[in-house]
Design a protein around this ligand. Structure first.
Ligand code: DC
Length: 218
Protein backbone atom coordinates (compact mmCIF):
# COMPACT_ATOMS: atom_id res chain seq x y z
CA UNK A 1 0.00 0.00 0.00
CA UNK A 2 1.39 3.41 -0.92
CA UNK A 3 1.50 6.38 1.41
CA UNK A 4 -1.41 8.60 0.36
CA UNK A 5 -1.86 12.33 0.82
CA UNK A 6 -5.20 13.83 -0.26
CA UNK A 7 -5.56 17.53 -1.06
CA UNK A 8 -9.04 18.83 -1.79
CA UNK A 9 -10.36 22.32 -2.23
CA UNK A 10 -12.01 24.77 -4.59
CA UNK A 11 -10.67 26.01 -7.93
CA UNK A 12 -7.71 28.35 -7.59
CA UNK A 13 -6.82 27.51 -3.98
CA UNK A 14 -3.31 26.58 -5.11
CA UNK A 15 -3.69 22.82 -4.82
CA UNK A 16 -1.56 21.88 -7.80
CA UNK A 17 1.25 24.35 -7.05
CA UNK A 18 1.45 23.15 -3.46
CA UNK A 19 1.01 19.45 -4.25
CA UNK A 20 3.81 19.55 -6.84
CA UNK A 21 6.21 21.11 -4.32
CA UNK A 22 5.29 18.67 -1.55
CA UNK A 23 5.68 15.80 -4.04
CA UNK A 24 9.15 16.97 -4.97
CA UNK A 25 10.27 17.37 -1.39
CA UNK A 26 8.86 14.07 -0.16
CA UNK A 27 9.46 11.99 -3.29
CA UNK A 28 5.74 11.32 -3.89
CA UNK A 29 4.08 11.09 -7.26
CA UNK A 30 1.75 14.03 -7.89
CA UNK A 31 -1.63 13.00 -9.29
CA UNK A 32 -3.79 15.84 -10.63
CA UNK A 33 -7.32 14.40 -10.85
CA UNK A 34 -8.74 17.64 -12.26
CA UNK A 35 -6.55 17.02 -15.30
CA UNK A 36 -8.32 13.68 -15.81
CA UNK A 37 -11.75 15.39 -15.79
CA UNK A 38 -10.31 17.98 -18.14
CA UNK A 39 -9.01 15.21 -20.43
CA UNK A 40 -12.49 13.73 -20.72
CA UNK A 41 -13.91 17.23 -21.24
CA UNK A 42 -11.69 17.65 -24.31
CA UNK A 43 -13.15 14.44 -25.70
CA UNK A 44 -16.70 15.79 -25.23
CA UNK A 45 -15.83 19.18 -26.75
CA UNK A 46 -14.18 17.52 -29.75
CA UNK A 47 -17.42 15.67 -30.35
CA UNK A 48 -19.19 19.07 -30.31
CA UNK A 49 -21.22 18.02 -27.29
CA UNK A 50 -22.56 20.85 -25.13
CA UNK A 51 -22.71 20.63 -21.36
CA UNK A 52 -26.42 19.87 -20.94
CA UNK A 53 -26.36 16.84 -23.26
CA UNK A 54 -26.03 14.19 -20.58
CA UNK A 55 -26.98 11.23 -22.78
CA UNK A 56 -24.36 12.14 -25.34
CA UNK A 57 -21.74 12.59 -22.62
CA UNK A 58 -22.53 9.18 -21.12
CA UNK A 59 -22.31 7.62 -24.58
CA UNK A 60 -19.06 9.44 -25.37
CA UNK A 61 -17.48 8.04 -22.18
CA UNK A 62 -17.50 4.62 -23.83
CA UNK A 63 -14.91 5.50 -26.43
CA UNK A 64 -12.66 7.66 -24.27
CA UNK A 65 -9.52 6.26 -22.76
CA UNK A 66 -7.78 8.68 -20.44
CA UNK A 67 -4.32 7.57 -19.32
CA UNK A 68 -1.65 9.19 -17.26
CA UNK A 69 2.07 8.93 -17.82
CA UNK A 70 4.97 10.56 -16.09
CA UNK A 71 7.60 12.04 -18.35
CA UNK A 72 10.59 13.66 -16.66
CA UNK A 73 8.57 13.81 -13.46
CA UNK A 74 5.65 15.71 -15.02
CA UNK A 75 2.17 14.27 -15.40
CA UNK A 76 1.10 13.90 -19.02
CA UNK A 77 -2.50 13.19 -19.90
CA UNK A 78 -3.34 11.08 -22.93
CA UNK A 79 -6.73 10.85 -24.56
CA UNK A 80 -7.03 7.77 -26.74
CA UNK A 81 -3.25 7.66 -27.10
CA UNK A 82 -2.85 11.37 -27.95
CA UNK A 83 -1.03 13.70 -25.57
CA UNK A 84 -3.51 16.51 -24.80
CA UNK A 85 -1.67 18.02 -21.82
CA UNK A 86 -1.13 21.39 -23.56
CA UNK A 87 -4.89 21.99 -23.88
CA UNK A 88 -5.91 21.11 -20.34
CA UNK A 89 -5.89 24.61 -18.87
CA UNK A 90 -8.13 26.23 -21.49
CA UNK A 91 -11.11 28.03 -19.91
CA UNK A 92 -13.67 26.15 -22.04
CA UNK A 93 -12.12 22.85 -20.99
CA UNK A 94 -12.32 23.78 -17.28
CA UNK A 95 -15.95 24.75 -17.61
CA UNK A 96 -16.84 21.56 -19.45
CA UNK A 97 -14.91 19.54 -16.83
CA UNK A 98 -16.85 21.18 -14.01
CA UNK A 99 -20.20 20.64 -15.74
CA UNK A 100 -19.61 17.08 -16.92
CA UNK A 101 -18.12 15.94 -13.60
CA UNK A 102 -21.61 16.00 -12.03
CA UNK A 103 -22.52 12.96 -14.14
CA UNK A 104 -22.09 9.63 -12.28
CA UNK A 105 -20.78 7.77 -15.35
CA UNK A 106 -18.06 10.37 -15.81
CA UNK A 107 -16.94 10.02 -12.18
CA UNK A 108 -17.09 6.21 -12.27
CA UNK A 109 -14.89 6.19 -15.34
CA UNK A 110 -12.07 7.97 -13.49
CA UNK A 111 -12.45 6.58 -9.96
CA UNK A 112 -10.73 3.24 -10.59
CA UNK A 113 -7.85 4.86 -12.42
CA UNK A 114 -7.31 7.19 -9.45
CA UNK A 115 -7.44 4.37 -6.88
CA UNK A 116 -5.10 2.21 -8.96
CA UNK A 117 -2.50 4.99 -9.05
CA UNK A 118 -2.62 5.37 -5.26
CA UNK A 119 -2.49 1.67 -4.48
CA UNK A 120 1.07 0.81 -5.33
CA UNK A 121 2.90 4.10 -4.98
CA UNK A 122 3.31 7.03 -2.62
CA UNK A 123 1.10 9.76 -4.03
CA UNK A 124 -0.17 13.21 -3.28
CA UNK A 125 -3.46 13.48 -5.13
CA UNK A 126 -5.47 16.66 -5.54
CA UNK A 127 -9.09 17.18 -6.49
CA UNK A 128 -12.48 17.76 -4.92
CA UNK A 129 -13.45 14.39 -3.47
CA UNK A 130 -10.13 12.66 -2.76
CA UNK A 131 -10.37 12.63 1.05
CA UNK A 132 -14.12 12.00 1.10
CA UNK A 133 -14.54 9.48 -1.69
CA UNK A 134 -11.54 8.38 -3.76
CA UNK A 135 -9.10 7.69 -0.89
CA UNK A 136 -11.15 7.70 2.33
CA UNK A 137 -8.26 6.00 4.15
CA UNK A 138 -5.58 8.46 3.02
CA UNK A 139 -2.77 8.91 5.56
CA UNK A 140 -3.00 12.70 5.41
CA UNK A 141 -6.00 14.79 4.32
CA UNK A 142 -5.90 18.51 3.71
CA UNK A 143 -8.70 20.84 2.68
CA UNK A 144 -6.94 23.76 1.04
CA UNK A 145 -8.97 26.89 0.48
CA UNK A 146 -8.68 30.67 0.04
CA UNK A 147 -11.15 33.54 -0.35
CA UNK A 148 -12.81 34.08 -3.74
CA UNK A 149 -10.98 37.42 -4.08
CA UNK A 150 -7.58 35.83 -3.48
CA UNK A 151 -8.25 33.00 -5.88
CA UNK A 152 -9.54 35.33 -8.61
CA UNK A 153 -6.49 37.58 -8.24
CA UNK A 154 -4.12 34.60 -8.50
CA UNK A 155 -5.81 33.39 -11.67
CA UNK A 156 -5.80 36.93 -13.09
CA UNK A 157 -2.05 37.28 -12.44
CA UNK A 158 -1.37 33.87 -13.95
CA UNK A 159 -3.27 34.69 -17.17
CA UNK A 160 -1.85 38.22 -17.42
CA UNK A 161 1.65 36.84 -17.08
CA UNK A 162 0.94 34.55 -20.02
CA UNK A 163 -0.23 37.56 -22.03
CA UNK A 164 -3.91 36.49 -21.98
CA UNK A 165 -6.35 39.42 -21.78
CA UNK A 166 -8.82 38.89 -18.93
CA UNK A 167 -11.15 40.62 -16.54
CA UNK A 168 -10.87 40.23 -12.77
CA UNK A 169 -14.61 40.49 -12.10
CA UNK A 170 -15.44 37.90 -14.72
CA UNK A 171 -12.88 35.52 -13.27
CA UNK A 172 -14.36 35.99 -9.78
CA UNK A 173 -17.85 35.33 -11.13
CA UNK A 174 -16.61 32.20 -12.89
CA UNK A 175 -14.94 30.96 -9.71
CA UNK A 176 -18.11 31.51 -7.66
CA UNK A 177 -20.20 29.62 -10.20
CA UNK A 178 -17.74 26.75 -10.27
CA UNK A 179 -17.60 26.58 -6.45
CA UNK A 180 -21.38 26.47 -6.34
CA UNK A 181 -21.56 23.70 -8.93
CA UNK A 182 -18.72 21.64 -7.44
CA UNK A 183 -20.12 21.82 -3.90
CA UNK A 184 -23.81 21.32 -4.54
CA UNK A 185 -23.70 18.37 -6.93
CA UNK A 186 -25.23 15.17 -5.65
CA UNK A 187 -22.32 12.82 -6.16
CA UNK A 188 -18.96 13.40 -4.51
CA UNK A 189 -19.44 17.13 -3.89
CA UNK A 190 -16.57 19.37 -2.91
CA UNK A 191 -16.57 19.16 0.86
CA UNK A 192 -14.05 18.96 3.66
CA UNK A 193 -13.64 15.42 4.97
CA UNK A 194 -14.29 15.30 8.70
CA UNK A 195 -10.74 14.22 9.38
CA UNK A 196 -9.12 16.68 6.96
CA UNK A 197 -6.96 19.55 8.19
CA UNK A 198 -8.32 22.91 7.00
CA UNK A 199 -5.66 25.20 5.52
CA UNK A 200 -6.75 28.69 4.39
CA UNK A 201 -3.99 29.99 2.13
CA UNK A 202 -5.45 33.52 1.66
CA UNK A 203 -2.75 35.09 3.80
CA UNK A 204 -0.04 32.46 3.56
CA UNK A 205 2.95 32.28 1.24
CA UNK A 206 3.43 29.21 -0.94
CA UNK A 207 6.32 28.15 1.26
CA UNK A 208 4.22 28.44 4.44
CA UNK A 209 1.53 26.21 2.96
CA UNK A 210 4.12 23.67 1.78
CA UNK A 211 5.73 23.59 5.25
CA UNK A 212 2.34 23.12 6.91
CA UNK A 213 1.56 20.11 4.74
CA UNK A 214 5.04 18.57 4.86
CA UNK A 215 4.82 18.64 8.66
CA UNK A 216 1.60 16.63 8.53
CA UNK A 217 3.33 13.90 6.48
CA UNK A 218 5.40 11.11 8.05
O1 DC B 1 -9.02 21.12 -10.31
P1 DC B 1 -9.47 21.51 -11.72
O2 DC B 1 -9.90 22.95 -11.83
O3 DC B 1 -8.47 21.13 -12.77
O4 DC B 1 -10.79 20.61 -11.99
C1 DC B 1 -11.62 20.82 -13.10
C2 DC B 1 -13.03 20.35 -12.76
O5 DC B 1 -13.05 18.92 -12.60
C3 DC B 1 -13.61 20.90 -11.46
O6 DC B 1 -14.34 22.08 -11.67
C4 DC B 1 -14.49 19.80 -10.94
C5 DC B 1 -13.93 18.55 -11.56
N1 DC B 1 -13.23 17.70 -10.60
C6 DC B 1 -13.98 16.85 -9.84
O7 DC B 1 -15.19 16.86 -9.94
N2 DC B 1 -13.37 15.99 -8.97
C7 DC B 1 -12.04 15.98 -8.83
N3 DC B 1 -11.49 15.11 -7.99
C8 DC B 1 -11.26 16.88 -9.58
C9 DC B 1 -11.87 17.75 -10.45
Amino acid sequence: MGYNVAIDGPAGAGKSTIAKLVAKEKGYIYVDTGAMYRGLAIHFLEKAIVAGETDKIVEACKDAEVTIRYEEGAQQVYLNGRNITARLREEAVGNMASKSSVIPEVRAKLLELQRELAKEQDVIMDGRDIGTCVLPDADVKVFLTASVETRAKRRYDELTEKGVACNLEEIAKDIKERDERDSTREIAPLKKAEDAVLVDSSRMTIDEVVRTIVELCR
